[in-house]
Design a protein around this ligand. Structure first.
Ligand SMILES: C[S@@+](CC[C@H](N)C(=O)[O-])C[C@H]1O[C@@H](n2cnc3c(N)ncnc32)[C@H](O)[C@@H]1O
Length: 208
């Protein structure tokens, strides 16, 4: 089975409708991740077929829940989930932020090779990053506890904006420990084909 066939199969199973041209870009992203991973150690997932399920489709399953036009993916690492989301939503803007230069260099190379115009890769600690325009959504995957994410990122969303945190097991203790200034809007259990581990999306807003 080719990477393209695998991707199409898993997107169908996840009920995600992604155009053929964008699927080609997602396959190219996997190829680049696999190539750069050998020198840069970007991910512990070494098998490109597993990258399709554990990185690409795992990133895309949040698509139906995202609201807004302008997003930041904090602690994006090698662009996850930000790059798959930006490929799937070329009309939306994404800032992909990480403190590590080699990860940001990889993202810039991917943007160059795929011609992505809606991504800005920023090397910074999130606490130090001062954007000119605030965001509709602050996204993270495998980044920090919910409390730490909210504390470090509270200068980033616009007043009606949301935080979208991709977590593993239902994060009951993290939700219970949230500062009172924040409100959990929704928690969705996500089904990622061929990924056995539990996946949850926690959507949080700031109390007005
Ligand atoms: C476990 S990795 C997750 C990467 C990616 N989101 C994923 O799902 O594969 C966490 C990332 O957060 C970055 N990071 C940790 N603390 C940070 C901070 N304060 N500001 C910016 N990036 C940070 C690290 O450099 C690392 O790339």
């Amino acid at each position: 089975m080719t990477l393209q066939q695998k991707l199409t199969q898993l997107l169908d199973a996840a009920h995600l409708d992604i155009a053929a041209s964008q699927q080609q870009q997602l396959v190219r992203l996997v190829e680049l991740l696999n190539k750069w991973n050998k020198a840069y150690n970007l991910t512990s997932v070494r098998d490109p077929m597993q990258m399709v399920s554990r990185h690409i489709v795992d990133s895309l399953v949040v698509l139906p829940y995202l609201s807004g036009q302008r997003f930041i993916d904090v602690g994006t690492g090698p662009g996850l989930p930000g790059l798959p989301l930006a490929i799937a939503q070329p009309d939306k803007e994404f800032v992909l932020l990480d403190s590590l230069g080699k990860r940001i260099r990889f993202i810039r190379q991917v943007c160059h090779e795929l011609g992505l115009k809606n991504v800005n890769a920023v090397q910074s600690r999130v606490e130090d990053y001062q954007p000119e325009t605030k965001f509709d959504g602050v996204i993270s995957r495998a980044f920090a506890s919910l409390s730490d994410m909210l504390t470090w990122c509270q200068h980033l969303p616009q007043p009606q904006g949301h935080y979208f945190a991709l977590k593993g097991q239902y994060p009951e203790a993290e939700i219970a420990a949230l500062p009172t200034a924040f409100k959990v809007e929704d928690v969705f259990a996500l089904d990622v084909p061929e990924v056995d581990a539990e996946r949850h999306l926690v959507i949080i807003s700031t109390r007005g």
